[in-house]
Design a protein around this ligand. Structure first.
Ligand code: AR6
Length: 188
């Protein structure tokens, strides 16, 4: 795998892009692209539960019992089990339905809630995958802009995080995030 990376400093926070596997990141918290049921799944969700072990699912079950399903655009936090990360933020992105079902706003909300919940839990460094752009079918270029814009806005409002890292699994996704970061760096 190529080891591409890019970054942009915004106030107290470095927004960084790397290609790689989110389960291997040495950060305080990683974000899971979960579903409303919070009981695991495929893609990055499956990888995180496999790498983190059963403690994460046990905690998710407790959250389900307490507060029911986690709606799209929302997030919940658990411990990181066997992962290097102390926390996992389980964010539920929208399923892409052509763009007329508030998908943009719901995706921005999933990022924003993850940023808020992680920083409220004391995390200083947080890593995201590209939420909703796998099984949920959200167009990657559009999702990348929303992800980077939401992170950028958060950094303008809050100095609580030292790093927001996007961990992109494939080259196309990485390139879409890189273009989105360039747009923030050099607005037209
Ligand atoms: N590290 C980083 N990114 C990854 C990894 C990894 N280890 N594995 C996959 N990706 P997806 P969604 C990328 O489908 O679209 C699950 O079943 C992947 O290439 O994981 O939000 C849940 O339970 C893609 O770019 O998440 C839900 O039911 C991105 O992560 C549903 O899928 C997101 O792909 C959520 O779908």
């Amino acid at each position: 795998m190529t080891t591409s990376s890019a970054s942009l400093r915004v106030n107290a926070t470095e927004i960084t892009l790397v290609r790689g596997d989110i389960t291997r990141q040495e950060v305080d918290a990683i974000v899971n692209a979960a579903n409303s049921g919070l009981m695991g799944g495929g893609g990055v969700d499956g990888a995180i539960h496999r790498a983190g072990g059963p403690a994460i699912l046990e905690e998710c079950k407790g959250i389900r019992e307490q507060q029911g399903k986690c709606p799209s655009g929302e997030a919940v936090i658990t411990g990181g089990g066997k992962l290097k990360a102390r926390f996992v933020v389980h964010a539920v992105g929208p399923i892409w339905r052509g763009g007329s079902g508030n998908e943009d706003e719901t995706l921005a909300s999933a990022y924003r809630r993850s940023l808020t919940i992680a920083s409220e839990s004391g995390a200083k460094t947080l890593a995201f995958p590209s939420i909703s752009t796998g099984a949920y079918g959200f167009p990657v270029d559009r999702a990348a802009k929303i992800a980077v814009d939401t992170a950028h806005r958060f950094c303008l409002e809050s100095t609580s995080l030292s790093e927001i890292r996007f961990v992109l699994f494939d080259e196309h996704t990485y390139n879409c995030f890189k273009s989105a970061l360039e747009r923030v760096r050099n607005p037209a």
